[in-house]
Design a protein around this ligand. Structure first.
Ligand SMILES: Nc1c(O)cccc1[N+](=O)[O-]
Length: 229
């Protein structure tokens, strides 16, 4: 049963990259189906409006609930997981990507402006799995880029999508800490040599060096990922 993904957005063209590379191959292989829906197709006024001023005042506009209700109703099943990318959400992570990769149906609601009327989440929460997810603590123009990131991180974990599942084993955020640095040919580049141990053929020494480098890199870049932190 392929993983089905429905993306609802006011910018369908944002998702053209999903036809390329690994994501494109995953769809061609039938492991995943991805459909993009224009939210404005679910409006009923001649201006195809999707937002209005916020109750309680404040800057910006809020996306009105009805077009979202119409759009989500058009694709939802009792097997669906509704994902709402928002800076207010729980942090998306590799374990969450692995969970989503084993879902049956994902619906991504890509909000813009100041976000989507909260009643959309409140309406669907008693009916299906609803997840408000954030990809990080910074401000984006909307949920589209976050959705692209979450789809790529999740789809690549769908069994069969990656040619060599071995490559998943040593990835950053799979093992404790971040990945060791990588090198390839030429052995010397602009006076810089590849670390000698990597050319030695001594697999135990290479494994030890890589573990040390991972710890050094994690300590410097991501001390929050160190065991016991
Ligand atoms: N950060 C952010 C945003 O500013 C707007 C929509 C979604 C996200 N996010 O998922 O992280």
């Amino acid at each position: 049963m392929p993983l089905r993904i429905d993306v609802i957005t006011i910018f369908p063209d944002y998702f053209a990259p999903l036809q390329l590379s690994l994501m494109g191959k995953a769809q061609q292989s039938g492991l995943v189906t991805i459909a993009i829906h224009d939210l404005r197709e679910f409006t009923s006024d001649r201006h195809r409006s999707v937002d209005d001023t916020p109750y309680g005042g404040g800057a910006g506009m809020v996306m009105t609930p009805e077009p979202w209700g119409q759009a989500i109703d058009a694709v939802v099943t009792d097997q669906s997981t509704l994902i709402v990318p928002t800076p207010a959400g729980k942090l998306f992570s590799q374990p969450v990507a692995a969970e989503l990769a084993h879902s049956t149906h994902l619906i991504f609601a890509c909000g813009r402006y100041e976000g989507i009327d909260q009643r959309v989440v409140e309406y669907y929460r008693p009916r299906i799995d609803v997840r408000e997810l954030s990809i990080g603590d910074y401000v984006l123009a909307g949920g589209d880029v976050a959705t692209l990131a979450m789809i790529e991180a999740s789809v690549r974990l769908v069994p069969g999508v990656l040619g060599n599942p071995e490559s998943l084993v040593e990835e950053s955020h799979q093992l404790p800490g971040v990945e060791y640095p990588s090198y390839t040919k030429p052995p010397t580049w602009r006076g810089l040599d590849v670390p000698e141990v990597l050319l030695s053929g001594h697999h135990d020494q290479i494994a030890r060096w890589r573990a040390e480098q991972s710890t050094i890199r994690t300590t410097h870049n991501r001390p929050d990922l160190l065991p016991g932190s």
